[in-house]
Write a protein of this length. Structure first.
Length: 254
């Protein structure tokens, strides 16, 4: 079966020692496409190097992560805009709101969010949304901005049923990863009511490794651990999950 990891930081330093081997393990596990979200100016070169050395398998996004939104965020956004004007990327991301680590740049995060949504419309690209401890705030910002052209993924979805309905109503997708395997992750109660045609799979590697690898480095091949649990919650076969989530990912990224 062929899978797509819609969110992996395979360019991260955690993979410097064995990146080729990790990507090969992904391919061996049927994970043939890896979509890489950008963080800020410090991650661009490494991400593009991985894309160049694994063409057809690794695809770069361009955006500014909310945890990198500080006082100088306008300079960071200028770099993002320059890159978006230079070449085609598969998405704008990862962008969004993060109120877990630091709330002091909340206003700046909102401004950066809106700017990047407008770029998504201008460049006809999907957005990949990070929303840690900020699901309701993110929905409130995004809902008035949605039009028939805007699409994207709520990365690392861990919200409730009502939030899932709001995401579905906007036509957006939910990225499901290692949290689905956590004992108290909560997705066992929410996913049964989420339509399969609004779900994509991700690892967020090297972060959020699924059980039984929790606490260790995550990698794209672990989709083979995540997928059976998601299929179980959705009451579908592994084959149906593979076919539909792959179709969903291709609808987003093209």
């Amino acid at each position: 079966m062929k899978w797509i990891d819609t969110h992996t930081h395979i360019y991260a330093d955690e993979f410097n020692a064995d990146r080729k081997e990790v990507i090969q393990r992904a391919m061996d596990a049927g994970v043939e496409k890896l979509y890489m979200p950008n963080i800020d100016h410090t991650s661009i070169d490494g991400m593009l190097e991985v894309e160049a050395s694994h063409r057809g398998n690794c695809f770069a996004m361009m955006g500014l992560h909310p945890c990198s939104v500080k006082k100088d965020f306008e300079k960071e956004l200028y770099i993002v805009e320059q890159w978006l004007s230079k070449r085609k990327f598969c998405a704008i991301g990862e962008m969004g709101i993060d109120l877990y680590w630091d709330k002091s740049f909340w206003e700046e995060q909102k401004e950066a969010f809106i700017i990047q949504v407008n770029w998504a419309k201008e460049f006809d690209l999907p957005i990949i949304i990070h929303c840690r401890e900020s699901m309701n705030e993110t929905l409130e910002i995004l809902e008035p901005l949605v039009d028939e052209t805007l699409k994207g993924i709520f990365h690392c979805f861990s919200g409730n049923a009502d939030q899932a309905k709001r995401i579905k109503a906007m036509g957006f997708y939910m990225g499901i990863g290692g949290v689905a395997t956590f004992k108290n992750g909560g997705l066992d109660k929410v996913l049964p009511d989420v339509p399969l045609d609004k779900i994509v799979l991700e690892t967020d590697s090297p972060y959020l490794a699924p059980v039984p690898h929790r606490g260790k480095r995550n990698e794209p091949s672990y989709l083979s651990v995540i997928a059976p649990r998601v299929a179980e919650y959705l009451h579908v076969s592994l084959e149906e999950l593979q076919v539909t989530t792959t179709e969903n990912a291709m609808k987003i990224f093209g």
